[in-house]
Design a binder for this molecule. Structure first.
Ligand SMILES: *Cc1c(COP(=O)(O)O)cnc(C)c1O
Length: 239
């Protein structure tokens, strides 16, 4: 993950320091991201911490430090941890960054402030239907784009994005405020990040969720507005 590709110099330098507590890591990482943003002069990306597979108490350490933006990739798992934490830390924002099944829509729209994994028309239609049936406002919506056209990954193919975006906004009345993508693991992510940023510009979509522990600096350079970090803060995830 942290192979020393040229884009990963900052990550390579800061990751080995991460042997201390989560709190130490939080401080180091926050400083590192801030320093990087400064150098990039004018860019500003927010940091979403991915708390999948982490215990409530580990997440709480970060909440107690004042961080308030988090992501989970499974609705079920998030339901086991976040309702309590949200009650305690009222101003927290929580994003769903993994696949959403239609039978989980009810839980998802209640728990999450944002769904970054809108990836197919049947889901978009079901969300719009749920909104109409219940007279509620939906969470913020990002379309997930399958930038590498990988069979095993969710997301709308780049060729289909324009039409999908149009269907969501014009036909279903969903307001799309961002794009999210996970580039192919084994490749240099730079061209994928650039492509996603271009799509966002063409569509007039303001938010670009891209960049993870191994490539967040590159993502920021390419215009990311939000990086999603798991491993650099929590260490290698327990399998
Ligand atoms: C787990 C996960 C991340 C965090 O990845 P790290 O490499 O651990 O930082 C980011 N985005 C999504 C969609 C994830 O599932």
């Amino acid at each position: 993950m942290f192979a020393g590709e040229d884009h990963g110099d900052l990550t390579a330098r800061i990751v080995p320091q991460f042997v201390g507590s989560i709190l130490d890591k939080l401080v180091d990482l926050t400083l590192a991201v801030a320093a990087f943003l400064d150098r990039e002069n004018g860019s500003s990306a927010s940091t979403l911490f991915v708390t999948k597979k982490q215990s409530e108490s580990d997440v709480q350490v970060i909440l107690d430090e004042g961080h308030r933006l988090f992501g989970e990739n499974r609705v079920q798992e998030a339901m086991g941890k976040w309702p309590r934490l949200r009650e305690q830390y009222g101003d927290t924002a929580l994003a769903l960054i993994g696949p959403l099944q239609r039978n989980k829509i009810r839980d998802a729209v209640k728990l999450f402030d944002r769904i970054e994994s809108l990836d197919r028309l049947s889901l978009a239609t079901a969300l719009a239907q749920y909104r109409d049936d219940h007279g509620i406002a939906l969470p913020e919506m990002y379309i997930q784009v399958n930038v590498g056209r990988e069979a095993q990954k969710s997301g709308v193919d780049p060729e289909a994005l324009l039409q999908f975006h149009r269907s969501c906004e014009m036909e279903l009345g969903l307001e799309i405020s961002g794009l999210m993508a996970i580039p192919p693991a084994a490749e240099d992510p730079r061209s994928y990040f650039r492509t996603l940023a271009n799509h966002a510009m063409e569509l007039g979509v303001p938010n670009i969720s891209m960049g993870m522990s191994g490539d967040f600096e590159t993502a920021i350079t390419c215009g990311s507005t939000q990086v999603r970090l798991g491993t650099v803060i929590f260490g290698e995830l327990k399998k």
